[in-house]
Design a protein around this ligand. Structure first.
Ligand SMILES: [Zn+2]
Length: 219
């Protein structure tokens, strides 16, 4: 199963990716992770990436694609892979397709985990963290017994600056602007599948598995 996972921040992609790794025995390829590892290992591409990061610049697509290529060449990707956090726009998607064709491991499915904007806002702006033990809560979905107080240790709960409404609204809007064309790109290729990202983790996972098992049968 060769898969790209698409979904807004807060859509629950990461949780579902973990479950997919277990069920299908394929690795998750997160560009953030392979970038950090290449930098830490001091590989040629890692050193190049670091030179941009040190200057506070974005690592160019060519470097990221190079890292993805190295990663996909490893043995554990022979059965398939889950790409997460990449591609982020159509230019990257086109580069990725070129690479995957070269490697003869094209995508089976681009899976979009869809959650309405208002639900994403609640999931993200509702987050509260304990100052003392770092336990996480959500005031809408998993509130503490007493407002503003940690159930576990009695510590004070606070909202991280990253989780403030303005910041979240901005992040989601940026995501939607850059990803909408990506959705169209995969739709035009006939490999886009959308899944309703509302409900319990298990419900969503079952929906995803139905889609993937269906896609596998059609090969
Ligand atoms: Zn606590």
């Amino acid at each position: 199963m060769r898969l790209v996972l698409l979904g807004a921040p807060g859509a629950g992609k990461g949780t579902q990716a973990k479950k997919l790794i277990e069920k299908y025995g394929i690795p998750q390829i997160s560009t953030g992770d392979i970038l950090r590892k290449a930098v830490a290992d001091g590989t040629p591409l890692g050193r190049e990436a670091k030179s941009y990061m040190d200057r506070g610049e974005l690592v160019p697509d060519s470097v990221v694609i190079g890292l993805v290529k190295e990663r996909l060449g490893q043995d554990d990707c022979k059965k398939g892979y889950i790409l997460d956090g990449f591609p982020r726009n159509t230019a990257q998607a086109e580069e990725l397709d070129k690479l995957l064709n070269e490697l003869n491991m094209p995508l089976d499915v681009a899976l979009s985990v869809d959650v309405p904007f208002d639900d994403l806002m609640k999931r993200l702006t509702g987050r509260r963290t304990c100052r003392n033990c770092q336990q996480m809560y959500n005031i809408y979905f998993s509130p503490p017994k007493k407002d503003g107080v940690c159930d576990k240790c009695g510590g004070e709960l606070y909202q991280r600056d990253d989780d403030k409404e303005e910041t979240i609204r901005n992040r989601l809007e940026v995501y939607q602007r850059s990803t909408a064309p990506l959705i169209d790109y995969y739709k035009a290729k006939g490999i886009l599948r959308s899944v309703d990202g509302r409900g319990s983790i298990e419900e969503i996972f079952n929906r995803i598995c139905e889609i993937l098992d269906g896609a596998a049968k059609n090969q």
